[in-house]
Design a protein around this ligand. Structure first.
Ligand SMILES: [Zn+2]
Length: 448
């Protein structure tokens, strides 16, 4: 049970007994804070921080400012001036709160995004009501990820109440635009060196509370355009149809590219398992006349399309080199070109993110794993996300590789109608986070 053992004739208290006491106190403390945790989550849901366009960001920062200041945190509200998405109409406000302990030590940073995606159709509850029913709190962002944010705040507050003599610092940030790339949120903070004084990062995204998410696959977006020559649609032989050229690209994809991508597998424990291969999604495809506007009443005119465009979303594995990923698409297009007369194309890169995966041996992984074992009585599951989240900026710009996503909530509920967070889920996950703080911020008192 115990890594460091204890000799029977030592007059030191048994470390297990000590940890047991801290764990019990934390659990009792969190149970006392159940109503507060519910109220906090509801209050966060009731601020409709929809992205796009990115609204009420300042309001949610001010709310968090009040809450965290009252708990002894020093706060900073930071507008991401000049960052992608920031305008006077839609200012991108972030908050970073920090509390230093009585002694020096490591800094544990909890990062949550405050933005939520559009509501969509199919709701039977008020998406911004924070309704409580059957042990769940409903609302847009309940699980992704205001529940996680609330749980991390209450975890930190419970830790502070139970362990007055601690070493290091706790930071809690609320950042914007994760749902649209995070450039005015975590990326901005990382560029401004906010992670320089941080040793451990926990992102309470909804990954199921006994799972540790180590990272994510890579992404590369690009646009392929094929060209032709416009002519009258009654005499297509006088022109050259760009859509038929694109059809040849699609054919090549079906015949060769998709099987080749599927044959690539990874050691990354990506969930769901289907994402343990390389994948490519055709995000959009367009050729010829634009789609008619709603106010257009006539029939289309007869033209041979001289352009067709396809946007691709390629997700790749840690074993793949980003340059090879691009070269593979170029090679495919060159193959079509060599087989087809008059085939001309352009390939335009849009944006990309390299894959990242924190090592299982990293301290933050180890401490959350131990806390999960204590709270749930079972081993954690290590997973990797098929899509990216803000860890990309912390790893790439912040150069910090001791970062995970861990938090309450069911991954599959994210972005769905009637999204909810389980209250017990939040409490248990808060216990895990608080136990991890005990280990990381009280030198020599590591729970086993
Ligand atoms: Zn999220």
């Amino acid at each position: 049970m115990n890594d460091h053992g204890s000799s029977p004739d030592s007059d030191q208290p048994d470390p297990d007994m000590h940890d047991f006491k801290v764990r019990d106190l934390l659990r009792a403390e969190l149970a006392d804070r159940r109503d507060d945790l519910i109220a906090l989550t509801q209050a966060l849901i009731r601020i409709p921080t929809l992205n796009p366009p990115g609204v009420h960001y300042r309001e949610i920062c001010e709310f968090l400012d009040k809450r965290l200041s009252a708990s002894g945190f020093e706060t900073q509200l930071i507008r991401a001036i000049g960052a992608h998405g920031d305008t006077d109409r839609y200012p991108r406000w972030n908050i970073v709160a920090r509390r230093d302990g009585p002694r020096s030590g490591d800094c544990v940073h909890f990062n949550s995004h405050t933005d939520v995606v559009e509501v969509g159709r199919g709701w039977t509850r008020d998406p911004f009501g924070g309704e409580v029913a059957d042990g769940k709190i409903y609302g847009r962002g309940a699980c992704d990820m205001k529940g996680g944010l609330a749980a991390s705040i209450v975890a930190a507050e419970a830790f502070l109440a139970v362990v007055p003599d601690w070493a290091g610092a706790i930071e809690i940030s609320g950042t914007v635009d994760e749902e649209s790339g995070g450039y005015a949120g975590v990326a901005y903070l990382a560029e401004k060196s906010f992670f320089d004084k941080v040793q451990h990062v926990i992102i309470p995204e909804p990954l199921n509370p006994d799972r540790i998410c180590l990272g994510h696959r890579g992404v590369w977006w690009a646009e392929i355009e094929t060209f032709g020559e416009i002519a009258h649609g009654s005499m297509p032989f006088l022109g050259d149809c760009a859509v038929r050229h694109m059809g040849a690209v699609l054919h090549e994809m079906e015949e060769n590219l998709f099987p080749a991508l599927h044959a690539k597998t990874t050691e990354m424990p990506v969930v769901p398992e289907g994402a343990r291969h390389s994948t490519l999604n055709i995000n959009s495809l367009h050729g010829g006349l634009p789609e008619p506007g709603e106010d257009e009443t006539g029939f289309p005119s007869a033209c041979v399309p001289d352009s067709a465009r396809m946007v691709i979303d390629r997700r790749y594995l840690i074993e793949e080199d980003p340059e090879e990923v691009k070269a593979e698409i170029r090679a495919m297009l060159e193959r079509v070109k060599s087989q087809r007369e008059n085939f001309t194309y352009e390939l335009r890169e849009m944006w990309g993110v390299t894959p990242t995966m924190t090592r299982k041996e990293a301290p933050v992984v180890q401490s959350i794993a131990r806390a999960i074992r204590q709270t749930y009585g079972r081993d954690p599951e290590y997973v990797v996300s098929p899509g990216t989240y803000d860890q990309k900026h912390i790893a790439r710009i912040g150069k910090l590789h001791n970062c995970i996503a861990y938090g309450p909530g069911i991954l599959d509920l994210a972005h769905k109608p009637d999204e909810y967070i389980g209250i017990d889920d939040m409490l248990q996950s808060a216990e895990v986070m608080a136990l991890s703080l005990v280990e990381l911020l009280t030198a020599g008192k590591a729970p086993t």
